[in-house]
Design a protein around this ligand. Structure first.
Ligand code: NAD
Length: 274
């Protein structure tokens, strides 16, 4: 089964499930991306800093699907923020991917100390106007950063990709995104694998005859989040996409809601990240 699509404020839409490819070298990215597309995924999430855009591009070509059937996201690395440097960095990403456009381009981190994310955003708007990026969004932005973009350019991101999993549920930022018409996308949706041994997850999973990974991915889907679990193992890639034949009920949602923790963050804090 293929994932449903979540609408963007710009009239476009994103497949709700995608493949994440962080910490995946080029050669492994080729086979992981090809396996995912074979398994029905239609969305891949990479970034310049992952140093695997070439492998992702090769995997896309190997799968041989029409370009319009696959949704490709990449991200601008922090050191390339700024108007001209963004345009240059984007050219290089596109060249490495071997594509003539990407479906979604994200500012990887606000990196507030640089004071450059608004200039960067102006370059993103230009890339969208030129048709080389279909939709533009951000990652790791807090509400105050979203507001600066909107106030200074009048253009809101379509999506904010943030750390989000049952141990770090980000209720306030999800509401802030929604209030601004911004879709929320979950990175490290499985808590980098740390959540897979959780006993509450195991109990809900057993009830549905599903695996812990499937149960957590379904939690994201049932919360209306875009979700990009990572695996390079073909059997797990298939497993992680087999989530459209069940749904969590109110008891399950209540049990998983209880896993939220004030110190559940695994990755960097967007206010201080480089
Ligand atoms: P994740 O939460 O997706 O966990 C991935 C790990 O979980 C795998 O390496 C594997 O060890 C395990 N796993 C996956 N499926 C499994 C299964 N079915 N059974 C058992 N174990 C399984 O971690 P992630 O890679 O950090 O996050 C997913 C994606 O989010 C990344 O690949 C990347 O695309 C994106 N991301 C973005 C940012 C950002 O700053 N924007 C940061 C981190 C990650």
């Amino acid at each position: 089964d293929q994932a449903p699509r979540i609408p963007f404020s710009d009239g476009r839409a994103i497949p709700q499930l995608g493949l994440g490819v962080w910490r995946t070298p080029d050669d492994v990215a080729v086979t992981a991306v090809a396996a995912a597309l074979e398994a029905g995924y239609r969305h891949v999430d990479t970034a310049a800093v992952y140093e695997n855009e070439r492998g992702v591009g090769e995997g896309l070509r190997r799968a041989g699907l029409p370009r319009g059937d696959v949704f490709v996201t990449t991200k601008l690395w922090n050191e390339d923020q700024g108007y001209d440097s963004t345009l240059r960095a984007f050219d290089k990403s596109l060249e490495r991917l071997g594509l003539d456009h990407v479906d979604l381009y994200l500012i990887h981190w606000a990196s507030p100390w640089r004071g450059l994310f608004v200039d960067t955003w102006r370059a993103f708007i230009r890339l969208r106007e030129e048709g080389r990026v279909t939709s533009i969004g951000v990652s790791n932005f807090e509400a105050e950063h979203l507001d600066r973009l909107i106030e200074e350019t009048g253009v809101a991101p379509v999506i904010n990709q943030i750390e989000l999993h049952p141990r770090f549920q980000q209720r306030a930022l999800r509401e802030a995104n929604a209030a601004r018409g911004i879709v929320t996308e979950s990175w490290s949706p499985l808590g980098q694998g740390q959540l897979l041994a959780d006993p509450v997850v195991a109990r809900v999973a057993a009830k549905h005859g599903k695996t812990p990974a499937q149960t957590i991915i379904r939690w994201h889907i049932d919360n209306g989040l875009v979700v990009i679990p990572k695996s390079v193992t073909p059997s797990r890639i298939v497993e992680n996409a087999a989530v459209f034949d069940f749904r969590l009920d109110e008891d399950d949602m209540r049990a998983l809601a209880g896993l939220d923790s004030r110190d559940g963050r695994i990755g960097s804090n967007p206010m201080t990240a480089t």
